[in-house]
Design a protein around this ligand. Structure first.
Ligand SMILES: [Zn+2]
Ligand SMILES: [Zn+2]
Length: 107
């Protein structure tokens, strides 16, 4: 019955591991859901909104903060094919920043 004992120990170890990791998993799930809902809210009506409710255009002419490339297109993705930087956030004219709604989670 050695094999069975080993199996039980394995299952116990697995149970302990799941129990220890569950809070972290739930936290990540909660953060993910929160960011998802926040992104949906910031993008309401097809435009991005700053915390004060101003609309930020997602299409237009922008300068990439990473490479300095000036382009016409999406505010969230650099138009330089060699860069393709994903914009981490946009600055509203009122001085507040809005995170890129397509970037979820925390580091
Ligand atoms: Zn760039
Ligand atoms: Zn604003």
């Amino acid at each position: 019955m050695r094999a069975l004992g080993g199996l039980v120990l394995d299952l116990l170890g697995l149970a302990v591991e799941v129990t220890l990791r569950l809070p972290g998993l739930l936290w990540r799930l909660a953060v993910g859901a929160y960011d998802f809902l926040g992104a949906r809210w910031a993008l309401r009506g097809g435009a991005l909104h700053c915390p004060d409710g101003h609309e930020l255009p997602l299409e237009g002419e922008f300068e990439c903060a990473a490479c300095g490339y000036r382009y016409r297109g999406s505010a969230l993705l650099c138009g330089n094919v060699e860069c393709r930087a994903i914009t981490p956030y946009l600055n509203c004219a009122c001085g507040l920043s809005v995170r890129n709604p397509y970037r979820w989670g925390r580091p």
